[in-house]
Design a protein around this ligand. Structure first.
Ligand code: BGP
Length: 472
């Protein structure tokens, strides 16, 4: 059954889908590519990135499926160690050629490439050489990497600088930390350095590609108070400050929020800010903000002397393994009794989507692009090779419905890139947890055929795009 929606999406609305290099490509140590930090740290119980979805091999098939789906845009990331195997210096021509072919084919099919420059995959050699994001040396290397991309792929109109800077510091497999330095201190140093790298990318883009649009992609989770208790209401505000507005204000205003800065100073974990840093960040205003939205969160106040819990690497979201973000003295996440959950216990909250889009647009008055949104679940291949993923269709329909309401509320949204185009290696949970419109015939232990099989959601989304969001 489909639902008729009012006509609210503009005729040039970018209906798309998203992926990231290390999650789909495979060939992770082949064709000149070297290892990245995220690949090294992936949970060893799951599929490794050597094959992933086999996209390096089957990219042409995949783009043909994108055309069949009717995509107007495709968000993918370029792998830094595929372009620069030593992190800097010598360019791997085979890597450049791979992305060149990809972009050419997308353009031939009139699919707008939306390119993420950095999606968790720092070259491992830079981690070993100087500690990766903990050293300011990475800023120059990142800028040099951007220069290569902006030179070879100067026909790309949309760039995303860094994916989910906000989440990177919470998840131990996305970054490596030095055990000899207090963890919290390191996190905020790295965040500052990463913000500078993001700003340098924007400056360089303005010089080399003045007509291109560029912005970050941020993982956003709106926080609701657990009760009407004033303490909980403040806790929700503090969670938003620490997990969302810290990053948004840095990107959009080039400032540290006073609440966050004072908290960092009081706890002796503020980053080193050099004289020109804030000018560099302030003058790098993004053209748009990419929003990755999967869920909302409920938080309650927890006192200063409560235990600090770090998120674990082996998290697979099963039953009693559910983890909640916690910062003693400020807030702790908890379950929401009013929202359904995914198989991995993520809150399903389409209204939260409308809420946060309004909130962000009100505060920053900048166009938004939905760079991720989707349902990770178990999909079952039937004997006659079908995947009836009605749950995913419901999830996406409800979110697109709220998206159009946000547009009606006055929010400017350029596009919608559900996660993910094809099944891929889930960052936290391997191949069991699937997100795609297209099923990939493999599991964590067995590579199988890597056949691409269209799910029910593929045919549903095809109609959504063809009707420009009217037929949901
Ligand atoms: C985002 C990442 C993606 C993707 C997605 C789903 O944080 O940008 O790379 O992995 O989340 O997360 P997961 O795979 O852990 O379910």
């Amino acid at each position: 059954m489909s639902v008729q929606a009012p006509h609210l999406f503009s005729s040039d609305f970018l209906w798309g889908a998203a992926t990231a290099a290390y999650q789909i490509e495979g060939a992770h140590l082949k064709h000149g590519k070297t290892l990245s930090v995220v690949e090294k740290n992936m949970n060893k119980n799951y599929a490794d990135p050597s094959i992933a979805s086999g996209h390096y091999q089957y990219w042409e098939k995949d783009i043909a499926l994108m055309k069949e789906l009717g995509l107007k845009a495709y968000r993918f990331s370029i792998s830094w160690p595929r372009i620069l195997p030593d992190g800097r210096g010598k360019i791997n021509q085979e890597g450049v050629d791979f992305y060149r072919k990809l972009i050419n084919k997308l353009k031939e099919y009139e699919i707008e490439p939306i390119v993420t420059i950095y999606h968790f995959d720092l070259p491992q050699c830079l981690q070993e050489e100087y500690g990766g994001w903990s050293s300011r040396k990475v800023i120059d290397d990142f800028e040099a990497y951007c220069q290569v991309l902006f030179t070879y792929f100067d026909d790309v109109n949309y760039w995303l600088t860094i994916n989910e800077q906000s989440n990177m510091f919470q998840l131990p497999y996305l970054m490596e930390f030095n055990p000899d330095i207090p963890l919290e201190k390191q996190k905020y140093e790295m965040n500052h350095i990463m913000t500078l790298a993001h700003a340098k990318a924007i400056h360089l883009c303005r010089t080399l590609l003045p007509n291109a649009k560029i912005g970050p992609a941020l993982g956003i989770i709106p926080n609701y108070p657990a009760s009407p208790k004033p303490e909980d209401t403040l806790a929700a505000r503090h969670a938003d400050e620490m997990r969302t507005y810290l990053f948004m204000d840095l990107y959009m205003k080039g400032e540290y929020r006073p609440f966050v800065w004072n908290y960092l100073v009081e706890n002796g974990i503020e980053p080193t800010v050099e004289p020109e840093d804030m000018t560099c960040i302030q003058s790098a205003k993004p053209d748009f903000i990419g929003i990755n939205y999967y869920q909302s969160r409920v938080v309650k106040f927890i006192p200063e002397d409560a235990d600090k819990k770090e998120l674990k690497l082996n998290y697979d979201g099963q039953d009693d393994d559910t983890q909640y973000d916690n910062t003693p003295g400020l807030f702790e996440g908890m379950t929401n009794p009013f929202t359904p959950k995914t198989r991995w216990d993520w809150e399903i909250d389409p209204i939260g989507f409308r809420y946060i889009l309004n909130e962000l647009y009100d505060r920053y008055q900048v166009p938004l692009m939905i760079t991720e949104n989707g349902l990770g679940t178990l999909d079952e291949l039937t004997a006659d090779k079908q995947i009836h993923d009605q749950e995913r269709i419901d999830f996406l329909r409800d979110h697109i419905w709220q998206l159009q309401l946000a547009i009606k509320d006055g929010v400017e949204v350029w596009g919608y890139m559900p996660w993910s185009f094809i099944d891929l290696l889930s960052t936290s949970s391997g191949f069991r947890k699937r997100y795609g419109f297209v099923y990939i015939d493999r599991d964590d232990k067995d590579i199988k055929t890597l056949e691409r099989i269209k799910k029910d959601s593929f045919f549903w989304y095809q109609k959504v795009i063809a009707s420009n969001g009217c037929q949901l």
